[in-house]
Design a binder for this molecule. Structure first.
Ligand code: SF4
Length: 758
């Protein structure tokens, strides 16, 4: 008999949920107030009462063995009777709540059934405790139910759930059964590939963490996905997340899955595309009054889920869009709902690590059976810094104050924030100032703004400005980060221009990255450029029990012709050395064949050199990276590089930009790469704080804040050159620092020996 584990919440939401997506409502109900009010009610429990109790039970229904489980809010013991308490905070007037909602009752009844069965009770009391969020008044609705009645209710709910459970269970069984039959989708392994796959398999089998530096050409995607799936044959893990920083890498993962499918793998996976990218509407305003895909979403979503899970396996963006249109449901929320139900999820790092958007419904139990495959893991350092930082500006509060003059409570809470901004500005010693301690009073007034905003947004039938919604989400994020604030953060005040911006800046995200991956069964952090390894190992939260794996490049050294032209590109020397740098680019282009990509540390530098190059009557077509290029413009840039094209191409791009990573110009599509400079980040307040922080930890602060992040961009850009065993090309590094410590010693092995241009 099939065994299906299902949580009470999952079950009742699936069967009974209805209505529309409403970001205003979702925001409100899931946030600060709800938790506080829950605790307020629980504090009033008498001695002997219990709170947050885990309940579990087995039920056989329609030839399925269900394991039903969940955590109830409270169990109360009065006058020899037992009562289940389910607490709900609400924005509605309590008089409007007559008998409680069906979903709430169903949830409480399931808990009551599990408890009554466990305690062998013939009947049990059940109560729904509604607490009004503005007045904190409480309304209790209660009833007594016999075990027979409860059993009927639970069985009826399970019967409604069964068609869905059958699809899920069928898919999961097919996945498990197919794993032993799947073989590696290529006739042979590339150099290093088998070892990497072996290391991944061993790590997952042991439930551990691996940090792997696997240079370009190792075929990292298939070498991690294949063993991850194989390890699920009888192992503890049963689900995987493939996490990336860029959309292009997600496509590579989808292709790898399709290859495994051809080898007999039966599975389901979904790709999550960012909300603003996949949204069907012109503006992303998730309210039923504006968006027909939000309106009635929950009334249609179950049919959409069953339909797609029955007929699709690799659910890419296009597949999601197709089914979302067919069933008129929001494609973003649809992909999120699917992510809880499939074997594999391909998505951005955010959905696992970012406190703002992580998948909240993924239970600890599910995490324990899930493997994280973190691709291009070097990117997670900076992304982690962003995720665990938060900022707010004075002007955004003033804008909302102006827009909503009619709301006295909102005006009052914004005025309190504004007043505090003025005080902070007066206390500043210089334009950019920082403190180790965060300003607690500021957090208090922002919390109070969040509560007021939640009350406003919860009002039905009212339209609020986008600026207000945005400010609310930013303030909420600020409050969240203030709770995570630690010695790795700094409180930064920036008063450049007229505005004042406050930022809770995360200098070192390592502890929080480690905390984010800890609940999962196993994590594999891999990249072609975890170099220097010790730096990335520390920054990504590695500890001594974790496995480390470094493999050399699978390509031959002869494929690279590396040259160093020792000309200063330092800011102070740029004007003086501009002509020599341009000449160096011209020489490299003229002395070699084919298409070239030239990388610069900034757009300004790129434009200066471009202008000079145009005066050199080179027989070349220039394609130039611009800021904010649209998808089509990016494609056109890359399509310019064609192997058979007679007209030679010079592409000008920036280090760390969209063309420096994740692009694959194989064979004669690219024959030369020139890198101007060593990629150091611009000096600034945050970079200087990082330097000081790491220096204080006994590390080389300058290397941590400037050299390593800079060189990583160089390694990534240089890595565009050789993409397969057949590629050959020239790599010219223009900067005298490449001949000095630490730069010289940090060059990848395959880039040495090199020739110095005299
Ligand atoms: S389609 Fe766009 S606006 Fe509508 S609910 Fe989805 S994300 Fe929001």
């Amino acid at each position: 008999m099939e065994k299906v584990k299902v949580s009470v919440r999952e079950l009742v939401e699936f069967v009974h949920r209805e209505g529309s997506i409403d970001l205003r409502f979702q925001a409100r109900s899931s946030m600060t107030i709800g938790t506080r009010l829950h605790q307020l009610i629980q504090k009033g429990y008498k001695d002997g009462d219990e709170k947050e109790v885990f309940l579990k039970g087995d039920i056989i229904s329609e030839e399925i063995h269900y394991v039903l489980e969940g955590r109830c809010d409270g169990i109360l013991y009065h006058d020899g009777k037992v009562k289940i308490d389910e607490i709900k905070s609400t924005a509605r007037n309590l008089d409007e709540i007559e008998d409680g909602s069906r979903v709430h009752w169903a949830q409480a009844e399931c808990y009551a059934y599990l408890l009554a069965k466990q305690k062998r009770l013939d009947s049990i009391d059940i109560q729904l405790t509604y607490i009004q969020i503005d007045t904190e008044q409480v309304k209790i609705v209660e009833r007594t139910a016999s075990i027979d009645d409860l059993e009927d209710i639970v069985r009826t709910t399970l019967i409604a759930f069964t068609p869905f459970a059958k699809i899920i269970s069928h898919n999961q069984k097919a996945f498990k059964d197919s794993i032993p039959t799947v073989s590696f989708p290529f006739p042979s392994f590339r150099k290093g590939q088998k070892q990497l796959a072996g290391a991944v398999y061993k790590t997952i089998s042991e439930g551990k963490t691996l940090f792997a530096n696997a240079p370009t050409g190792t075929g990292k995607t298939i070498s991690t996905l294949f063993p991850a799936i194989k390890s699920m044959d009888g192992g503890k893990a049963g689900k995987w997340f493939y996490l990336t920083a860029k959309t292009i890498t997600r496509t590579v993962a989808e292709e790898a899955l399709s290859q495994l499918e051809k080898q007999g793998l039966s599975h389901t996976s979904v790709t999550i595309t960012a909300k603003d990218k996949i949204c069907f509407k012109e503006e992303t305003r998730c309210q039923k009054e504006y968006c027909e895909f939000a309106d009635g979403y929950y009334d249609r979503i179950n049919d959409a889920l069953m339909d797609i899970l029955k007929f699709e396996s690799v659910m890419t963006r296009q597949v999601i869009e197709r089914y979302a249109l067919k069933h008129k449901v929001c494609p973003f929320e649809f992909s999120i709902d699917l992510s809880y139900l499939v074997d594999g999820v391909i998505c951005d790092y955010n959905y696992v690590f970012d406190p703002k958007v992580s998948l909240k419904r993924l239970s600890d139990e599910s995490k324990k059976r899930t493997v994280l495959l973190v691709d291009e893991a070097h990117n997670l350092v900076n992304r982690g810094r962003e995720m665990f930082s938060a900022s707010l500006s004075q002007s955004s509060f003033l804008e909302v104050k102006d827009l909503h003059r009619e709301r006295g409570d909102l005006q009052k809470s914004i005025s309190a924030v504004h007043k505090h901004f003025i005080l902070m500005k007066e206390g500043m010693k210089k334009e950019g100032d920082w403190n180790v301690e965060a300003d607690g009073e500021l957090t208090t007034v922002i919390e109070s703004f969040v509560e007021t905003a939640e009350k406003c947004l919860g009002e039905q039938g009212r339209e609020w400005s986008q600026s207000f919604m945005q400010l609310y989400f930013d303030a909420l994020h600020y409050v969240r980060i203030s709770r995570l604030y630690s010695g790795e953060h700094r409180f930064v005040l920036d008063a450049s221009g007229k505005d004042l911006t406050v930022k809770l800046f995360c200098i070192d995200p390592s502890r929080m990255i480690a905390r984010g991956s800890e609940p999962y069964h196993s994590s594999i952090f891999f990249s072609a450029t975890l170099h220097p390894f010790s730096y990335y190992f520390q920054q990504l939260g590695g500890n001594e029990d974790d496995y480390r794996f470094l493999i050399p490049s699978p390509f031959e050294k002869e494929q690279w012709k590396v040259e160093i032209d020792p000309i200063s590109t330092r800011y102070r020397d740029r004007e003086r050395t501009l002509a020599r740098i341009v000449q160096s680019i011209v020489d490299a282009f003229k002395n070699n064949r084919g298409h070239f990509l030239v990388f610069f540390s900034s757009y300004a530098y790129l434009r200066e050199v471009h202008e000079e190059l145009l005066g050199h009557s080179l027989d070349a077509e220039f394609v130039v990276q611009e800021t904010d290029m649209k998808e089509r413009e990016r494609e056109e840039f890359l399509e310019s590089f064609q192997a058979e094209k007679k007209q030679r191409v010079i592409g000008l791009a920036v280090l760390g930009g969209i063309f420096s990573e994740g692009i694959d110009l194989k064979g004669d599509r690219l024959n030369g790469v020139i890198i101007v400079g060593v990629g150091l980040p611009q000096p600034g307040l945050e970079q200087e704080m990082m330097k000081e922080f790491y220096q204080g930890q006994g590390k080389n602060g300058f290397d941590y804040a400037y050299v390593y992040p800079g060189l990583n961009k160089v390694f990534q850009s240089g890595g565009r050159l050789i993409r397969s065993e057949k590629d050959r090309g020239v790599l010219r590094l223009i900067d005298d620092r490449y001949l000095k410590t630490p730069y010289r010693s940090l060059l990848p092995e395959e880039w040495t020996p090199f020739e110095v241009i005299r």
